[in-house]
Design a binder for this molecule. Structure first.
Ligand code: ZN
Length: 297
């Protein structure tokens, strides 16, 4: 009898122990499982982060996707045409061609404070790089560009394209070769051709026009060591012969007038229109042209 009770007590004890072990296991399973899950999530999370941070290949792919050149973009770009940046125009007849240095400074300040991107003319093919492009171009130039415009471009860190008459180089009041080299080396100004002599292209023979286009390009390239790819027609005059010739030597041809450049309308790269930035242009008029700048896909 005593043995039976003992056996029964032992059995109860064993069952209780088993139950406790089972309960501990079950509890342990859930606790461990939740910790493991957390670990796995954390690890996966870290792994994901690690992949995106550490894999150069993946980074390159992301970059390539982000900066992929779109197949077609449209853009409107105000391209301003300046001539001389000088306070006192003396006896010169075309007074509107002389912009005060303080006016140019106001305009450059407005450009930089309002997030516009100054571009070179030869970047009209690369507008996907910009949000609010604007181009500043200076014709004829003379030494006034070096004295009054160039320091302001450097001060506001803005780009410009200048058009040089190559027979005038080193002439009285004109830019010297050394100045042109210094300007080109600044990285802020592209030097392009405004012909050799600034005569009317549409009154020249084919041979004369060819000489104007080719020799001016070669002279400038030999001075600056940089490619010349934009041709600016003196006083805006040119003809079909001009266009036939320059397509083999230049990427763009610039008119004097025509308004804001619109890539969907101005599809001929040798007939790029510009806006005349004259002496009496107000800052609000200047700003209203800038407001038309945009790039869209
Ligand atoms: Zn000119």
């Amino acid at each position: 009898m005593e043995n039976k009770v003992k056996k029964s007590n032992n059995l109860k004890y064993i069952i209780l122990c088993l139950l406790i072990i089972i309960l501990i296991n079950i509890a342990g399973y859930f606790i461990l499982n939740s910790v493991f899950e957390e670990d796995i999530v954390t690890n996966i999370g870290e792994k994901k982060i690690d992949i995106s941070i550490q894999s150069d290949e993946e980074l390159q792919l992301v970059k390539a996707e982000k900066f992929e050149i779109p197949e077609h973009i449209s853009a409107t770009v105000p391209i301003f045409m300046y001539h001389f940046i000088l306070d006192d125009y003396g006896n010169f007849p075309d007074t509107e061609n002389f912009l005060k240095p303080e006016t140019l400074e106001e305009q450059l300040k407005y450009i930089s404070e309002n997030g516009y991107d100054t571009i070179y003319i030869d970047e009209l093919d690369d507008l996907y790089k910009y949000d609010k492009p604007v181009a500043l171009t200076f014709d004829d130039c003379f030494v006034y560009f070096y004295d009054n415009a160039f320091p302001l471009l450097k001060k506001y860190n803005q780009k410009a394209t200048i058009f040089i008459i190559t027979d005038y180089i080193n002439g009285e009041n004109y830019l010297t070769e050394d100045q042109l080299k210094e300007i080109a080396d600044s990285g802020l100004v592209k030097i392009e051709s405004h012909t050799k002599t600034h005569d009317y292209l549409d009154e020249m023979t084919y041979e004369e026009q060819l000489e104007q286009a080719v020799e001016s390009k070669e002279r400038l390239e030999s001075i600056t060591g940089q490619e010349v790819s934009v041709y600016c027609y003196p006083t805006g005059r040119y003809n079909q012969t001009t266009l036939d010739i320059i397509k083999d030597y230049y990427d763009f041809g610039l008119e004097m007038l025509g308004g804001v450049y619109d890539s969907d309308v101005d599809t001929n790269p040798y007939q790029i229109p510009r806006i005349y930035a004259n002496r009496s242009m107000s800052l609000s008029t200047f700003a209203s042209y800038l407001a038309q700048s945009r790039v869209y896909y």
